[in-house]
Structures are given as C-alpha cells and as structure tokens.
Design a protein around this ligand. Structure first.
Ligand SMILES: Nc1nc2c(ncn2[C@@H]2O[C@H](COP(=O)(O)OP(=O)(O)OP(=O)(O)O)[C@@H](O)[C@H]2O)c(=O)[nH]1
Ligand SMILES: [Mg+2]
Length: 336
C-alpha cells in the first residue's frame, strides 16, 4: 500500500540555555557585597508523543517548524533563570522519523510507542556566584547558555483505512469519497473508472476517519472477471465496510448478495466485519422507491440512502461512518 504513504517535513529545535548573570550584592551596611548572579535556565527539549486519536500527519503540514522555549537568563540577588518549556510534538501511531537529508532512521514508532526525547535543550550558563574563590572575592565571570540543536526530519506514515467502500462499477464510490474527503479521485459515467485504490480522510470533530475507495467488483470477480478481487487486500484490515448500491436502475436488489459472495470467496473474514449498506443516487427518478424495496429486503441490515448530488442523507451517513470507525475492530484486523 505504499501509494498511501502520508509524509511531512518538519524542522525541530531545542531551546538555548539562558545566560548566567554577573551581579553583586548591594545591601545597606555591606560595603562590598559578594557575587549574586544566578544561573541561566535550561532550554526546553524536543519530545515526540504518540497520540491514539491522530490518524494522519495533516497537523504537521500547517505548522512545520517546532521550537522549544529558550531558558531564561539568570538575574541578580541569586535568582536562577526559569527553564524553557519543552515542545511536545504529537504523532499518530505508526509514524516513522527519518533525517531529512540523509534518510537515516531516527525512530520507528511502529515498534516502540514510548515518548521520545529527541533533542535536549542547552544547559544554562553559570552565574558568577559559582566563581567566587579565596583569591577572587568579586568575580565578574558568568557563562553564556549552551545553544540548542536543530534538525530537519522527514515524518512518514503508512495509512491504514478505517472503512472500505465496495460496490459494482459506477455505483458512486469515488463520488462519495470526493464528497466526503480531501481526496479527488477520477469520477466518470462508465465502469472501472477507478483502477487503483484511493484513500481519503473524513474529519469528524477530533477524529480522522480514513476511507478506501477501491475498483468496482462484478459477479465472478473472484474468478478474475472485471478487474478481479486482488484489490480486496487493501480493505482486509479496515474496521468496517460500506456496500454501495446504485438505485438508479435495475440490479439493485441482488447487488448486496453478489458482492457478499465475491468478498467471502476472497476471505471469510471480510464478511464478518461491521458493515453498512448505502443506497446511492436517490435524486434520480424511481430511486427512492428502490431504496424502500432494498430496505425491506435487508431488514436485518443497516441501510441508509444518499444522493451525492442533492446532499440527501450525507450528514447522517457521515455520523454512521463515524460510529462504524469507532466500533471494535473486525475479525480480520484481530487476526492480522
Ligand atoms: N445522479 C447521480 N449520479 C451520481 C451520484 N453519485 C455518483 N453519480 C454518477 O455516477 C457515475 C459513476 O460514479 P463514480 O463515483 O465514478 O462510481 P464508482 O463506483 O467509483 O465507479 P468505478 O470506479 O467504475 O467502480 C458518475 O457519472 C457520477 O457522476 C448521485 O448521487 N446522483
Ligand atoms: Mg471509482
């Protein structure tokens, strides 16, 4: 599924340490106060954290530069500078970090999901309180903070779809992906427009749901008819399937049974997944009646009707897909 890799380039920097301070006590009745300059604070670190609810790298593309706070400078009266705040960069599970220039692997979060401290902030410089000695009671010496570090990284993520769209050619799968997501697949009024799978991201509140649109299936696909069923491997690890059934003409009533059979012959796990039946093109004449017939025939299934053209049922469908994506994983995913 390398076609679906999501990728982002980011620049990350840890904070510089604060400078140490050279200062002297000035108190009443004390003629020559000793040194009182505090140390600079430590610069903030760069830390990566895996967040389960993230599914894509989209958040890295808006703000691609991430910098931790610098340490604050030390001050007189023995005051130490505050440490700079760390920068915490959230990543979706399965992210891989590589050096942008060399491609060298930095971290594979597919193997280890623990927080990753990547760049440490610079240490703060010592204030002059550290430099007092028997021979120098009034040292003017204080040290600057150490610099932070910067690196450019390539972040890569192999997307895995939550929901797979299956249906006969021309059922409206790509049109739905186009309507719902950032993906812009080819759409045309003839069969087998889609030749390779497309992925799109549907954002619902805080959650990203990844939808896979695959080439159309026909009766006999498991025996090689049409484009065959090898594309089904792209939906074998989804949480749920949506079966799209074109209600603009004939063949709508048996479509689900035929699709079910083709899927089952590819893998019995596929038909154990959570599923939803979507009746499409309800804006066309006769389609609402066919939708009613379909619902009656598959009374035990969850059947929703939509029109991508008129917008009918689209909001309800988004909510239903959100629920499906949050459902426990299907049997195929557990065994994968
Ligand atoms: N009237 C109407 N036409 C639709 C609707 N949705 C899709 N279509 C049309 O149906 C045709 C097929 O749409 P696609 O989205 O390409 O269908 P597909 O299922 O991806 O087809 P394949 O890629 O060949 O499997 C196009 O001409 C679309 O414009 C709809 O809600 N109403
Ligand atoms: Mg298509």
């Amino acid at each position: 599924m390398e076609k679906f890799a999501d990728e982002a380039f980011i620049e990350v920097s840890s904070g510089k340490g604060g400078n140490g301070c050279a200062a002297f006590r000035r108190e009443k009745y004390i003629a020559r106060g000793g040194p009182s300059g505090g140390d600079g604070g430590r610069g903030g670190d760069v830390i990566f954290k895996i967040r389960r609810n993230l599914r894509t790298l989209a958040h890295l593309r808006y703000a691609h530069s991430f910098k931790a706070e610098n340490g604050h400078d030390g001050e007189g009266s023995d005051r130490y500078g505050k440490n700079g705040n760390d920068i915490i960069i959230p990543l979706p599970p399965g992210s891989v970090l590589m050096d942008a220039a060399t491609g060298e692997m930095v971290r594979d979060f597919g193997k280890d999901t623990a927080d990753f401290l990547f760049l440490k902030g610079g240490n703060g410089g010592w204030g002059n309180i550290h430099f007092k000695s028997s021979v120098n009671q009034a040292p003017r010496k204080a040290l600057p903070g150490k610099p932070g570090e910067s690196r450019r990284l390539r972040v890569e993520l192999q997307l895995m779809a939550d929901i797979g769209l299956v249906g006969f050619p021309n059922a409206g799968k790509s049109s739905l992906l186009d309507r719902f997501t950032n993906a812009r697949p080819r759409i045309a009024p003839y069969p087998f427009t889609t030749k390779i799978p497309n992925l799109g991201v549907l954002t619902l509140g805080d959650d990203d749901i990844i939808i896979a649109d695959i080439p159309g299936l026909i009766e006999g696909a498991s025996g090689g008819a049409g484009l065959g069923i090898r594309f089904l491997k792209h939906i074998s690890r989804t949480r749920a399937l949506a079966f799209l059934i074109d209600c603009s003409g004939e063949n709508f009533l048996d479509a689900f049974d035929i699709l079910h059979r083709e899927l089952e012959s590819f893998s019995p796990d596929l038909v154990k997944k959570q599923r939803l039946i979507i009746a499409t093109k309800l804006d066309l004449e006769g389609a609402p009646e066919r939708f009613a017939e379909l619902k009656a025939r598959y009374a035990g299934e969850n059947v929703v009707g939509i029109s991508v053209f008129s917008g009918l049922g689209i909001a309800e469908l988004a909510a239903a897909l959100g629920k499906l994506a949050a459902a426990p994983p299907g049997a195929a995913e557990e065994s994968a």
